[in-house]
Design a protein around this ligand. Structure first.
Ligand code: MG
Length: 255
């Protein structure tokens, strides 16, 4: 089931995608379930928004694919390498990524699978992690690459406004081992990796993160990027596709 958050006639709503239509939901399905209003709206008449705005945090995992760890010049870490992005970095499909050119000279895409947390999670063992997953969406872990190495930690490099595009929808059922991540810049494929190459798998990431802090409904976990990272420029169109979910498309401008 694909869940969208959208605006229609200046009203914010949620819906289930059914071919070219949305079955409108009575409220935010994260909190209100899947009760429908009976109304259907053509997808062509709505503007899709970020399918979730995290209440508290975007948890990210770095170097979680061997081939990407290698291209960054090192081994994959034995434990998940965890960092946070502020929820103010989240934007939706077709929103504009703004390169902070006064502070950084290189802004990169990182196509990733994002897990949407559905229930309050603390100290959840990996065997029960599936109970806490609402669904999955597509994310771009936009990174100011020069600041990442210069700062020594990643808060600034990963945290600018617009640096966390997510969408276009949440898929509640996804076989993560069968899915692939593809990133295109202006239509040219830059990343294409099977998610089966993920080192620390989704259940282990939920266990690892929830041992540190409480995960809240709507929090996101970005699970790492495959090889092929690189920069984009103003005027580019960046697409991240996860098979089975959809294509997250954003354009780029300079600040
Ligand atoms: Mg990343």
């Amino acid at each position: 089931m694909k869940i969208a958050r959208f605006s229609h006639q200046e009203t914010l709503r949620y819906g289930i995608v059914d071919d070219a239509e949305l079955v409108v939901l009575a409220g935010d399905p994260l909190f209100a379930g899947f009760e429908t209003t009976g109304e259907r709206i053509p997808l062509s008449e709505v503007t899709l928004l970020a399918p979730v705005i995290p209440r508290s945090k975007v948890v990210c995992i770095g170097k979680n694919y061997h081939d990407h760890a290698a291209e960054m010049g090192g081994e994959a870490p034995a434990e998940p390498l965890m960092f946070l992005k502020p929820n103010t970095s989240v934007i939706g499909p077709d929103d504009v990524i703004v390169r902070p050119t006064a502070l950084s000279s290189r802004t990169d895409y990182e196509g990733e699978l994002a897990v949407v947390i559905g229930r309050i999670a603390k100290n959840v063992p990996a065997e029960r992690a599936a109970d806490y997953i609402f669904g999955y969406t597509v994310a771009n872990d936009v990174t100011a690459r020069d600041l990442q190495s210069r700062d020594g930690q990643w808060t600034r490099a990963k945290g600018f406004d617009t640096f966390c595009p997510v969408g276009p929808v949440i898929e509640t059922e996804l076989d993560t081992d069968a899915a692939t991540i593809t990133t295109r810049v202006n239509g040219e494929v830059r990343q294409n990796g099977p998610m089966s190459d993920m080192i620390h798998k989704v259940p282990d990431l939920i266990a690892y993160a929830s041992a540190v802090f409480t995960l809240l409904p709507g929090d996101l976990i970005l699970t790492g990027t495959p090889a092929g990272i690189g920069p984009f420029e103003a005027g580019d169109t960046v697409e991240v596709e996860v098979s089975g979910i959809g294509v997250l498309r954003n354009t780029v401008r300079d600040a």
